[in-house]
Design a protein around this ligand. Structure first.
Ligand SMILES: [Zn+2]
Length: 191
């Protein structure tokens, strides 16, 4: 079992979209854990913080992961509030419980140095969880230098990844340019 931990709906596709397609092609099971509900991921004041946005983002996540080849039963939405992860020990507890259930061989999760607090906090939590699984850390916000553990060429799945990303219409509009390099890269990098 391969587990992808996404702080917000979209991180799984941005950092692991090609990886997910690749694993499924090899008939390796994949499960995605969405930690927060992403309720603050909008610049539109009437959407920001609303349940309407929460439901929209969940629907986008279902569609995007379906494009990648996953089914609803391969997804878990933990529904913690967006920006409510830092110092929230309940988040660590729920992730620990799920990893105990799923018994992953590999876990893909954010780097503890990511500049977004939800991402870095989850990175710290998972770093602290004791488990006999391979650890692959990705970075969305920020940069990391050094030799990656895995640099996956996703050229073959590039179209699928873009098609999945385009399901996130609430998110694509607001993305700053520096993140596009990551999104459109033909490689997915893990440390
Ligand atoms: Zn995120």
């Amino acid at each position: 079992m391969n587990v992808i931990i996404a702080p917000h709906p979209d991180d799984e596709t941005i950092c692991c979209g090609g990886l997910i397609v690749d694993l499924l092609k090899q008939r390796k099971p994949v499960h995605v854990i969405f930690v927060t509900d992403g309720r603050f991921g909008s610049k539109n004041p009437s959407l920001r913080g609303s349940n309407i946005l929460v439901n929209l983002r969940k629907e986008e996540a279902r569609r995007a992961t379906s494009v990648l080849g996953l089914e609803e039963r391969n997804l878990t939405f933990l529904d913690f509030p967006d920006k409510g992860v830092s110092n929230n020990i309940a988040v660590k507890k729920r992730i620990t419980e799920l990893l105990n259930e799923l018994k992953p061989d590999a876990v893909f999760y954010p780097e503890s140095t990511d500049l977004h607090e939800d991402h870095s906090s989850i990175g710290v939590f998972v770093d602290e969880i004791v488990g006999n699984f391979g650890r692959y850390r990705y970075i969305v916000w920020g940069e990391k230098k050094g030799v990656p553990k895995l640099a996956l060429d996703i050229t073959k799945y590039y179209g699928r990844k873009l098609a999945a990303l385009f399901q996130y219409s609430t998110q694509l509009g607001g993305l700053p340019p520096q993140i596009w390099g990551n999104i459109v890269s033909r490689r997915e990098i893990f440390y």
